[in-house]
Design a binder for this molecule. Structure first.
Ligand SMILES: Cc1cc2nc3c(=O)[nH]c(=O)nc-3n(C[C@H](O)[C@H](O)[C@H](O)COP(=O)(O)OP(=O)(O)OC[C@H]3O[C@@H](n4cnc5c(N)ncnc54)[C@H](O)[C@@H]3O)c2cc1C
Ligand SMILES: *[C@@H]1O[C@H](CO)[C@@H](O)[C@H](O)[C@H]1NC(C)=O
Ligand SMILES: *[C@@H]1O[C@H](CO)[C@@H](O)[C@H](O)[C@H]1NC(C)=O
Ligand SMILES: *[C@@H]1O[C@H](CO)[C@@H](O)[C@H](O)[C@H]1NC(C)=O
Ligand SMILES: *[C@@H]1O[C@H](CO)[C@@H](O)[C@H](O)[C@H]1NC(C)=O
Ligand SMILES: *[C@@H]1O[C@H](CO)[C@@H](O)[C@H](O)[C@H]1NC(C)=O
Ligand SMILES: *[C@@H]1O[C@H](CO)[C@@H](O)[C@H](O)[C@H]1NC(C)=O
Length: 622
């Protein structure tokens, strides 16, 4: 597989080598050079889009065009080096859509910045590199919701197909007690999963502490048992200790003559025609705001992969969405689909911050000591070792509700009257979700909360199966004119708040253990003044952020439950349009979601290929 580091330079060389316009050469194309028509037009060259486009272009008889709004990344340290990448140096740059939520009433009307990558490779280029699957129960819940064939067992094959796992060195595994199950992983995929060469020693205190409270270390989260305490790999190239991301699907396909990529180009609309079902005839795009729009024809299918914010917006501006919203903006209704943009779910991010009086080496050394920083940077450059290899927390505590509170989840159910403002199918779907989640949250098989130890001196709490739901709504009929209105509504459901409060209290049990006390910990945020439930709730609502794991806005669910796509990821009411990105996940798993995004994309590509074969067979019948 070509290296992830094939630079812009190589691409430019490639480009000029093929610049004489033979119709089908692999390269970046310009709008003037693209073919009039492609078998598949993939909208969004991000995490899912590049994975699907790579697989579809494996069949050399099919032409594939990817349209990506952002540029190619510049190969700089901020993308490649784990420690810097997770410092999110690309937030607010030209590689970011610069998205902010609307004021969130449940959080005292705060607005929250929501980074979303705008670059070939998408959000996998700027994310925290945490790479893990959810527990089996999380995916089995999708099937229970009416999505036949979507469960952990059926996805396992695709988790493996996308992954190339490398076990940690024996030395590291022994020193830290890292466990893994080789048979649970894939070895031929494009995305490397591995452990950084350097782990912060304070992880030992964290593991010791949780063990002393009775939590066990699960052997490997990949096996479907991502619960309790476990070691999570990163999306990390083990040899170079650099980020592994969706760009590698691009690198792997760039020599194929049938694979074209159009960067710096934003899709503005799907051009449809009506028949028995709506058909996407062409995709309309624009180089930059103000320039005239162009079109490319779709021969077989349009594949939406613009992510959880922009896929629903593209559908809405194209007339596929809630009729009431579309009419209010003067958009002609092509398919009335209330679920488009509804059902937004994500993980809340609640930081608890400590001062540490007794540590000899912690992440703070990098920020407070320039000499140390420079030494460690040189070490990374010379030997790909040391703290710069480390992109984020590799030890995850994923706890079921019963581990943090004796109260049953039903105690906190929202009275059903509060759903009366919802469109009937959305309300019905939400109630189905609620029932499934409440049943599963009562068991030991579904996690309610995640705790991550940061070696800076902090614990990040995150509610894993939120019952709060937000939405994405376009505020303009023209895609380029405004970012859609993003309402997270998070912590608006009382159970989510309850879980957050109980988890925060639980962090105090953890920090009271001898293992953590050894660090000389003092909680500074929210700190000693947050003691009663009310005080803790206020501190949480004032201080929380967003894990940036957004799913659900084009949910795969039955149509009468407010679903947007069916089990083959086809948009209801259409015949040649699928959504393949994070937005199709109907319920968010208890995991940072990229591994799931890749698995779905791999499965989607197989389904698209199979559909195409079937149609060809059918068409060839006399
Ligand atoms: C800051 C941050 C940290 C994260 N950390 C982690 C982590 O540690 N582990 C983890 O598992 N997950 C993490 N995630 C989540 C994970 O990275 C995303 O869920 C996943 O990458 C989403 O993939 P996607 O294909 O749905 O969308 P994306 O990868 O965002 O791809 C969408 C692409 O479509 C393009 N696009 C959008 N609109 C248009 C248009 N109109 N025309 C053309 N192109 C368009 C975008 O520019 C983008 O490239 C993180 C997310 C963020 C934001
Ligand atoms: C985000 O803001 C930065 C800095 O202001 C800018 O360079 C970049 O182009 C913006 N991105 C988008 C998509 O508007
Ligand atoms: C939030 O905004 C809404 C609408 O403007 C307002 O009714 C409400 O009182 C505000 N809440 C807070 C806590 O400021
Ligand atoms: C998987 O990763 C290892 C380690 O980098 C590499 O040697 C191997 O070639 C990769 N396998 C594939 C199929 O790319
Ligand atoms: C890290 O910082 C601590 C606290 O300031 C200090 O005692 C220790 O010597 C530092 N370690 C290194 C390697 O610089
Ligand atoms: C800063 O780092 C250097 C190099 O590792 C070390 O020698 C020095 O003791 C550190 N200073 C402090 C205050 O920790
Ligand atoms: C400080 O940490 C060391 C181990 O790093 C430990 O031996 C010592 O007991 C700790 N001191 C206190 C006061 O806890």
């Amino acid at each position: 597989m070509p290296s992830s580091l094939s630079t812009l330079g190589t691409l430019i060389t490639l480009f000029s080598a093929f610049a004489t316009s033979i119709p089908l050469v692999p390269r970046f194309v310009s709008p003037d050079e693209i073919l009039a028509e492609y078998d598949y037009v993939v909208i969004g060259g991000g995490t899912s889009g590049l994975a699907v486009a790579n697989r579809l272009s494996e069949d050399s008889s099919k032409t594939v065009l990817v349209i990506e709004s952002g540029p190619m990344d510049d190969g700089s340290d901020s993308f490649k080096i784990p420690y810097l990448g997770r410092g999110y140096l690309n937030f607010g740059t030209k590689y970011d859509w610069n998205v902010t939520t609307v004021p969130t009433e449940s959080l005292g009307n705060r607005t929250i910045i929501m980074p979303q990558a705008r670059v070939l490779g998408g959000t996998s280029s700027i994310n925290g590199m945490q790479f893990a699957r959810g527990a089996a129960s999380d995916y089995d819940a999708w099937e229970e919701l009416g999505n036949e064939g979507w469960n952990f067992k059926s996805l396992d094959k695709y988790f493996k197909k996308s992954e190339n796992f490398t076990a940690p060195s024996e030395k590291l595994a022994e020193e830290f007690g890292i466990t893994y199950d080789k048979s649970a992983h894939g070895y031929t995929g494009y995305i490397h999963s591995s452990f950084p060469r350097f782990l912060w020693p304070l992880l030992k205190n964290w593991i010791g502490s949780l063990k002393s409270l009775g939590h066990t270390v699960s052997q490997d989260p990949a096996s479907g048992g991502a619960l309790q305490l476990f070691w999570s790999p990163n999306s990390l190239n083990p040899d170079m200790q650099t980020r592994s991301f969706a760009r590698e699907y691009y690198d792997g396909a760039q020599d194929r003559a049938n694979f074209h990529v159009l960067v710096d180009t934003t899709v503005t609309k799907l051009v449809t025609s009506r028949g028995d079902k709506v058909k996407v005839d062409a995709v309309e795009f624009s180089r930059s705001a103000g320039t005239s729009e162009k079109r490319v024809k779709v021969k077989k299918e349009a594949v939406l992969a613009a992510g959880s914010i922009f896929s629903p917006q593209i559908l809405q501006v194209s007339g596929i969405g809630p009729a009431s919203l579309l009419k209010s903006l003067g958009i002609e209704v092509v398919v009335d689909l209330p679920g488009v943009g509804a059902n937004l779910q994500g993980h809340v991010y609640i930081p608890v911050i400590y001062q540490m009086a007794n540590v000899s080496l912690a992440a703070a050394n990098l920020t407070t000591n320039a000499t140390f920083y420079n030494e460690m940077y040189e070490l990374y450059k010379a030997k790909q070792d040391g703290p710069f290899t480390n992109g984020g927390p590799n030890v995850v505590a994923m706890l079921p509700l019963s581990d943090i509170t004796p109260d049953s989840p039903e105690t906190f159910q929202t009275p059903s009257e509060s759903l009366s403002h919802l469109e009937p199918s959305i309300s019905k779907g939400y109630q189905s979700q609620l029932k499934i989640l409440l049943n599963r949250l009562r068991t030991k098989h579904m996690a309610a909360t995640e705790l991550l130890w940061l070696s800076e001196g902090g614990i990040i709490i995150s509610t894993m199966h939120p019952l709060s739901r937000g939405s994405i709504k376009t505020t303009s009929p023209a895609l380029l004119s405004k970012i859609p209105a993003i309402s997270t509504n998070y912590l608006s459901h009382p159970l989510d708040t309850k879980i957050a409060i109980e988890t925060l209290k639980y962090t105090r049990k953890i920090t009271a253990t001898a293992e953590m006390q050894e660090l000389g910990l003092v909680e500074v945020l929210p700190g000693a003044s947050a003691n009663t439930n009310e005080q803790i709730e206020k501190a949480i609502k004032d201080g929380s952020g967003w894990m940036y794991h957004m799913v659900g806005t084009c949910a795969m669910m039955p149509r009468d439950l407010g679903g947007v796509v069916d089990v083959e990821l086809r948009v209801y009411g259409t015949r040649n349009l699928r959504v393949v990105d994070a937005s199709v996940q109907p319920l968010i798993p208890a995991a940072h979601v990229q591994a799931t995004v890749y698995a779905i994309a791999e499965k989607a590509a197989d389904m698209i290929k199979a559909g195409s074969l079937w149609r060809e067979y059918y068409n060839s019948m006399p």
